[in-house]
Design a protein around this ligand. Structure first.
Ligand code: GYE
Length: 303
């Protein structure tokens, strides 16, 4: 269940050593997430140790192990993939170092971490699919291609599940191809080029994030088609460049996934360091945007 966190106790966070192991720098979402965590650490005078795993789970595990050896006060990380965390989480527990997950989930026993702060990715996939269902209400069939996120990551797994929950049994929607673009713009572009070469009649792209949608736009334009018209696009995130493409009519719909997790991360850290119990799951509140809503929202967007 979702829950609320108590306010930060500044005396507890001032000088606290918190080790954060980031996924990498694959997308605009990730940059905004990293910036927000660094900003919130500074605002709260946290001694933040920060590493980036460049999308490599082994690297991320190694940096968590280093935090354990250093004896940091709290370890936080956004797991690259969902599986394979039991042993390093057990090591942190044995060393009595609390762990906070942000952004992405793990499949380990919840007793191995204090809380998981982040979005409901299944709900995001469902929102994207519900839009598609409405948008194509009058069509007799819809040819879909899917740009998947990083294989094995919680957002790729869950955004696929959410989409299938809504459209899986709807025979009108035909998935012509589905492949990972690794959440990057370049990956989205290359995979979309392949899709376009093999399928002359794509009507809809479901991109698991904005960066891949932006790459797909480049591929669609290079193929002489009009993104947002000849081929419609729905994506997830709501980063600046995605919202601009939406406002410009090149993307048709974006489901928001907020990267602004810094304040909640340090609220959780503050509570954990004081010995307070906190909810094991904190769900991020987020919205959805069509083209007009993107135009209206853009001037006030923080990222
Ligand atoms: O959607 C994508 C990023 O884990 C929610 O990772 C995050 C995802 C986000 O690379 O852009």
């Amino acid at each position: 269940a979702s829950g609320e966190l108590p306010p930060i106790d500044p005396t507890v966070l001032d000088g606290a050593v918190i080790g954060f192991a980031q996924v990498g720098s694959e997308s605009g979402w990730r940059s905004a997430n990293t910036d927000d965590i660094k900003r919130a650490a500074e605002a709260n005078k946290v001694d933040l140790q920060f590493t980036s795993a460049e999308g490599d789970q082994a690297k991320q595990i190694a940096s968590i192990k280093t935090y354990i050896t250093q004896g940091v006060d709290v370890i936080a990380f956004s797991p690259v993939v969902e599986t394979g965390w039991d042993s390093v989480l057990q090591e942190a527990k044995a060393a009595d170092i609390p762990v906070i997950l942000t952004d992405r989930a793990v499949d380990s026993d919840p007793s191995l971490y204090k809380t998981f702060i982040g979005s409901d990715f299944v709900a995001e996939g469902e929102k994207a699919a519900n839009w598609a269902k409405k948008e194509f209400a009058d069509a007799s069939s819809v040819n879909v291609v899917v740009l998947e996120g990083t294989t094995g990551s919680a957002p790729a797994n869950d955004r696929a599940t959410g989409w299938k929950n809504v459209l899986g049994s709807d025979t009108k929607f035909k998935t012509l191809a589905s492949q990972t673009g690794d959440f990057t713009r370049d990956g989205g572009k290359k995979v979309m080029e392949g899709f376009l070469a093999a399928n002359p009649d794509i009507q809809l792209v479901y991109a698991h994030n904005d960066d891949m949608a932006l790459g797909a736009i480049e591929a669609i334009e290079a193929a002489g088609k009009v993104p947002g018209k000849d081929i419609k696009i729905v994506s997830i995130d709501g980063v600046k460049a995605g919202m601009e493409a939406l406002a410009a009519g090149k993307i048709n719909y974006i489901v928001e996934c907020s990267p602004l997790l810094g304040n909640q991360l340090f609220q959780a850290a503050s509570a954990v360091l004081k010995g307070d119990t906190i909810p094991t799951r904190i769900v991020t509140v987020e919205s959805e945007f069509d083209q007009a809503q993107a135009q209206a929202a853009l001037p006030d967007r923080q990222y």
